[in-house]
Design a protein around this ligand. Structure first.
Ligand code: 26Q
Length: 824
């Protein structure tokens, strides 16, 4: 019967239309005369969902039958964006569904627009996790993601008088067709309580964690389809619930409010994503989120392993767990606790299993981003875990002492515990000690962590534990989906779509670089993307921009180290230069549209002032007719994944201008270049490797190098005004009130003058302006620019997330692809 009546989900147009209408009438309970674009989206999404579920089931069945080693990617952030278009393209349904929807009286574009982003992440780290899931699925790897199902994703940004204001992102307001609630998959998670020592039947000393509060984690599964494969993997997101619906005694005693309050406390845990990017906040609720997620995920992983009835020593042969930054580091402690306390395995045997299982990715060397938690806080919430951390540290330091005797200074530097008052747990140290491999996310960054923050660990472990895995991006979303015109041109030129699974094939474009027709279509694709963005800018900001101008883009989280401030200071310099020119002189200047976008953490005062300054400058520049449209400045509000999909394909040049050594990798740099946009960047993160691949003729690099930064900062201690005269002139312009009340910007200016210019804007400013001039000159040579643009895309093969995932799979996880077996 199962075979006979199992859902027939054919992929042709008629089957889609049939399922669309069925979902309108049953799932949505609407009449066919009463469907708006949003219902059309829902019905289409549900039709796709049915097909995803089928693949998801077949994939999980195959993985259970084959039972080979799986990787579990633990990430507190999955910045997925929209799913419908991606699923249609990955499943190969776009054409049939597009035709089908048109006959039903809708356009695919309108329907796709209805979807709200799944924005369960801040920026780079969260989007990286999403790209990696796409590659794992596409390459048939048996993989699971684990994360939290936040009720509120990253806040929505709006602008008021040029200032950022935040609104809650209540993304689950309407139903979410991209998740499968697993109300039967429930895990109890314990907090607080106490630890009791006892002796077991064999006379061993054991510890039991007892009492405290218990919450429940409910699983919601998000299917992730691969491109051009039946494989469909899973991201399991946990949502928190109170264990009992109501405390009935309290309820009956009339303490209704108290009973409901406790219920709310439990639901609070997964209520909101912390909106801090590259900055640690030491809130107790954040630590609770981390343990809640880690405990539920490990329970699930261990339960799955136990089903196969293999001995515990096989655990690392069946399970690889990747820690996306230090956020899931408690998983190391939790697994050790499960093995020692619950399974009765000896400490050393358990610890060998733990360290063979985990690997850790570091994403930053910024000191303010390093996770450290007060010992008393962990002691209170997780008393048994705190004991285990002390034991892990003790045994680790004993080993160090044995290998490198009589070096108390080294012990203090390596210790997992920071000996301050109160004591702190250094999560990165715990992650290193508990993992068999540690990686950085770009070549320079992986070198820098060995020379700086983790230097002392090299003395003990040697270098081999530390390696590099340069980040990557999925070409499916970031070229095929976001830039359909260019994707089509590439497919026609190369003669197949194989490049979407093997990005190195883009090299084949090189032999067409002199082909007139190809070049014409390449330029036309860029122009039509610029027109699309100009329309969006008009809608979002009310500013009219000329699509023939040079589009200069900086979109990323607002942070001092990323130096959006330097960009806007450069804009002021440009503006005042233009103002001094005669009309004839201006006629020879390349017209520019400078585009900003990005969110500031709500508590990051200086970052918010940068947004205000950008908007104040935009206001003056855009309304100054005397410069005759030679310069426009726009701040696009609420930058997110789907806005990125419009902006990135339209850029001529994008800025990645962090102080050397501060941006671990960057991933949007890769997205821009893949789409034929040039880069203006510092010698930092993955910019360096992009330059190696595309050649230094095709990129504009400037500024001081990472190894010079310390000396320059030191030199700043002996001065209190910017050394660079052009910068001083710009500061004077701001202080003169050219962009409104200058008192507003005083704290920002202070970071350059009295704040010692920690991010070295002054030191890089002249080099930045010079390089901007080079950009202008190069853009005048449109033919030369087109050649650069083509060469950029053609050499981006390395930056596919498929390459990155292949390296992780072969060198760290030791997992093999498991192609899905389909019945019939
Ligand atoms: C930690 C503790 C408490 C609250 C928040 C946090 C927290 C949250 C998010 C700390 C850091 C982050 C995000 C970091 C991040 O996105 N890093 C970026 O990772 C990218 C992928 O590797 C890199 O390309 C970027 O260079 C890096 O900045």
């Amino acid at each position: 019967l199962w075979e006979k009546y199992g859902a027939d989900e054919s992929d042709d147009k008629e089957s889609f239309q049939k399922s669309f209408i069925r979902h309108v009438t049953t799932t949505l309970a609407r009449s066919i005369y009463n469907i708006d674009n949003f219902s059309a989206y829902q019905a289409t999404a549900h039709s796709v969902r049915d097909r995803l579920i089928k693949r998801w089931n077949e994939t999980q069945q195959t993985h259970t039958e084959v039972d080979s080693k799986r990787v579990y990617y633990l990430s507190l952030e999955f910045l997925l964006g929209r799913s419908l278009d991606n699923a249609l393209l990955n499943l190969g349904l776009k054409d049939n569904y597009g035709g089908g929807i048109k006959e039903l009286g809708f356009t695919m574009e309108d329907v796709l627009e209805q979807e709200v982003d799944a924005a369960l992440g801040n920026g780079g780290l969260g989007r990286l996790a999403a790209c990696y899931m796409d590659s794992l699925a596409t390459m048939d790897y048996p993989a699971w993601g684990y994360g939290l199902r936040y009720t509120y994703g990253i806040f929505q940004q709006r602008l008021k008088d040029g200032y950022q204001i935040e609104f809650p992102d209540y993304w689950l307001n309407f139903d979410n067709p991209w998740e499968l609630p697993r109300l039967d998959v429930v895990v109890d998670v314990q907090f607080c309580g106490s630890v009791n020592r006892y002796t077991d039947e064999e006379g061993h000393e054991r510890y039991a964690w007892e009492g405290g509060d218990t919450l429940q984690a409910i699983a919601y599964d998000v299917p992730i389809p691969g491109y051009g494969t039946k494989n469909c993997i899973n991201i399991r997101l946990w949502s928190s619930k109170p264990k009992r619906q109501f405390d009935l005694t309290r309820f009956n005693e009339g303490q209704y409010e108290q009973a409901v309050y406790e219920q709310m406390q439990a639901e609070n845990i997964t209520a909101v994503l912390y909106p801090n990017d590259n900055h640690m906040v030491g809130k107790e609720l954040r630590l609770k989120q981390q343990y809640f997620w880690v405990a539920a995920s490990l329970f699930d992983i261990v339960r799955r392993f136990k089903k196969s009835e293999k001995p515990w020593s096989n655990f690392p042969l069946q399970v690889a767990i990747q820690l996306n930054d230090t956020h899931p580091t408690l998983a190391i402690v939790e697994l050790q606790r499960i093995l020692v306390d619950l399974e009765g395995i000896g400490w050393d045997e358990a610890w060998a299993i733990v360290t063979q299982t985990f690997a850790f990715t570091n994403h930053t060397i910024l000191p303010e981003a390093m996770e450290r938690w007060p010992v008393p806080m962990i002691q209170y919430l997780l008393p048994r875990h705190m004991q285990i951390i002390f034991d892990i540290n003790l045994f680790f330091l004993q080993k160090v002492e044995k290998a490198i005797p009589n070096n108390r200074d080294l012990l203090a530097k390596l210790s997992i515990i920071e000996e301050s008052t109160p004591q702190f747990v250094r999560m990165a140290h715990l992650a290193i000690v508990g993992s068999h491999r540690v990686n950085g996310v770009a070549a320079l960054h992986s070198e820098l962590i060995k020379q700086t923050i983790f230097k002392d660990f090299i003395q003990f472990y040697g270098e081999s534990k530390f390696e590099n895995k340069t980040n990557g991006i999925t070409p499916r979303r970031w070229l095929h989906q976001a830039n359909p015109k260019l994707s089509e041109l590439i497919t026609e030129t190369l003669g197949s779509k194989n490049w979407l699974k093997n990005l190195d094939l883009l090299k084949g474009l090189k032999s067409h670089v002199n082909n007139k027709d190809f070049r014409k279509r390449w330029v036309a694709a860029k122009l039509s993307n610029k027109v699309r963005l100009a329309d969006y800018i008009q809608k979002a900001t009310g500013v009219t921009v000329n699509s023939n101008a040079l589009f200069d883009v900086q979109v990323k989280r607002i942070h001092e180290y990323k130096r959006q401030f330097m960009n806007i200071l450069g804009v002021i310099h440009r503006y005042n230069t233009l103002k001094k020119m005669t009309s004839e002189e201006r006629a020879c200047v390349v017209h520019r549209v400078v585009i900003f976008g990005g969110k500031a953490a709500p508590g990051y005062y200086i970052a918010k002032l940068v947004i205000k300054l950008i908007n104040s400058v935009a206001e003056v520049v855009n309304n100054d007719n005397s410069i005759e449209d030679s310069l426009k400045v726009v701040f696009i509000p609420d930058y997110n994944v789907s806005v990125a999909e419009i902006i990135i394909p339209a850029s001529d040049i994008s800025q990645h201008i962090s102080t050397a050594g501060t941006e671990a990798s960057g991933t949007s740099n890769m997205k821009f270049v893949l789409n034929g946009g040039l880069i203006l960047g510092t010698v930092d993160g993955a910019n360096i490797e992009i330059c190696e691949e595309i050649g230094d003729d095709n990129i504009f690099m400037f500024g001081n190098l990472a190894h010079q930064v310390d000396d320059l900062r030191h030199a700043h201690r002996y001065r209190s005004v910017p050394v660079d005269p052009s910068l001083q002139a710009v500061i004077n312009d701001i202080e003169s009130g050219q962009f409104g009340d200058s008192r507003i910007f005083a704290p920002l200016i202070n970071t350059l003058t009295h704040g010692k210019d920690y991010y070295l804007i002054s030191d890089d400013f002249q080099s930045y302006l010079d390089t901007q001039k080079l950009v202008d000159e190069s853009y005048k040579d449109q033919e030369g620019w087109t050649t650069k643009s083509i060469m950029c895309s053609a050499h981006m093969g390395k930056f596919s997330s498929d390459r990155a995932i292949q390296e992780y799979a072969d060198q760290i996880w030791e997992i093999k692809p498991v192609p899905v077996m389909t019945k019939k």
